[in-house]
Write a protein that binds this ligand. Structure first.
Ligand code: CAA
Length: 388
């Protein structure tokens, strides 16, 4: 039986901060960002956008193509959940009007949770092929102002439908994983912004890749040459480039620059202009590959490396399915990205860093262009609405 991603769609916020604007404000050479870390823009969520509204925007087009009552579970991965007790997925479940005969749970481990939810979903479908599982990976990446991480913010949500006989990619059984208790990036419960030991985090990322790769090859017997395209977790695109260089060196592969670029570049194009979206970033990269590859990917093996600081990492692969092009939502992804409005540095501060979402009562001004928004908080309860 083949199990994997049957449909996939992503959403991001309606605004962005250009790293040119950012660099001018901070009096830093813009090439530190465009070349040094490989980023151009960061999607910025207004106060009435959170991971639930982003997730609903990502999931709605999927549900229009299936019988939504058949969704048997929602696995919602996020590092930026909205409640310490209630799963973000249950807010989403209500907003999308899913069946009560559905299980919903939130997954957390920094940027790794999306891969964990995907793997859990494939296991559930293998156990019961009738399951149709909605996997969500959604995050709003936020660091303190004037920290090294500030240039690597962003936001996005990816919705994936996991079924048997998937139309896009079969996720192959077997993977390699690695866990180590380290403090490279973390966010204590009282904080809305993450703390990070930036340089150290890049070293732990690359070390985790080497360990997860070793485990992957032991578990599956697959080698570097068995893989056609490589998708990495992308906090910033230069990190994916460093990751691929590390792997190429580890296995002793001899690649031309053109071969190296072909294996990794198409999966970085969206991330370069969306920014980090933590648990969603790996899958935004996969969508970027699907939408931007000039090659027919049918039958190709794609690898996925997920890295969540703290840290947990996993390396796994999938096989692209015949006719996958027919179900891609490329035009919608491009439209969303292109229609975003640029923000001044001050407007970004107002949207991202000045709103106190811990208030017990607040009505948010309408900035989110929909189709779903966080309307307000009343007596500590969040209220969402469909806007169009
Ligand atoms: N022109 C071209 N390149 C330039 C330049 C210029 N004018 N100025 C600097 N650069 C280069 C530097 O040489 C450097 O390149 P190398 O990495 O190849 O050495 C690069 O630009 C970055 O410069 P710095 O090292 O001086 O930058 P920094 O210390 O201010 O920030 C960072 C880098 C620490 C990664 C920072 O972006 C950060 O803290 N990011 C958040 C943490 C993060 O994303 N970590 C990634 C691994 S953890 C993870 O993946 C989980 C997650 O999502 C958070």
């Amino acid at each position: 039986m083949k199990v994997g991603i049957d449909l996939i769609h992503f959403a991001t916020a309606d605004y962005y901060l250009g790293l040119d604007t950012f660099a001018a404000e901070k009096h830093i050479d813009v090439e530190k960002f465009t070349i040094g870390i490989g980023q151009e823009r960061m999607s910025i969520a207004p106060p009435d956008e959170d991971v639930v509204s982003l997730a609903a925007k990502a999931a709605a087009p999927l549900l229009e193509q299936i019988n939504a009552n058949e969704i048997s579970a929602v696995l919602f991965a996020t590092e930026t959940g909205v409640d310490q007790s209630k799963s973000a997925g249950v807010f989403l479940h209500g907003l999308l009007g899913l069946s009560n005969r559905c299980r919903v749970i939130e997954f957390k481990h920094a940027c790794y949770a999306g891969a964990a939810a995907l793997q859990m979903a494939t296991t559930m479908v293998r156990a019961n092929p009738k399951e149709k599982i909605l996997v969500i990976a959604a995050d709003i990446a936020k660091y303190d102002i004037d920290t090294s991480g500030e240039a690597t913010q962003g936001c996005g949500a990816v919705a994936m439908l996991i079924t048997e006989s998937p139309r896009i990619i079969e996720i192959e059984p077997g993977s390699g994983f690695y866990t180590d208790d380290v403090m490279d990036f973390w966010r204590p419960n009282h904080r809305t912004t993450a703390l990070v030991d930036g340089k150290y985090s890049t070293k732990v990322y690359l070390n985790s890749l080497k360990h997860a790769w070793e485990h992957f090859t032991e578990q599956t017997g697959r080698t570097f040459n068995d893989i056609d395209y490589f998708c990495y977790h992308i906090p910033f695109t230069k990190m994916a480039e460093k990751a691929h260089k590390t792997l190429v060196k580890k296995v002793g592969a001899k690649l031309t620059q053109a071969q190296f670029d072909a294996q990794t570049l198409p999966s970085q194009l969206y991330n370069r202009i969306v920014g980090n979206s933590y648990s969603a970033s790996l899958f935004v990269g996969f969508i970027s590959l699907l939408d931007n590859s000039l090659q027919n990917l049918e039958g190709k093996r794609i690898s996925f490396f997920s890295y969540g600081s703290g840290c947990v990492a996993e390396f796994f692969t999938g096989i692209m399915q015949p006719g996958y092009q027919k179900v891609l939502m490329t035009a919608d992804h491009r439209k969303q990205i292109d229609q975003r409005q640029p923000l001044s540095y001050q407007a970004y501060l107002d949207f991202y860093h000045k709103t106190d979402c811990t208030l017990e009562n607040v009505v948010f001004p309408l900035n989110n262009k929909g189709p779903y928004r966080l309307a307000g908080i009343e007596d500590h309860k969040r209220y969402y609405e469909k806007t169009n």
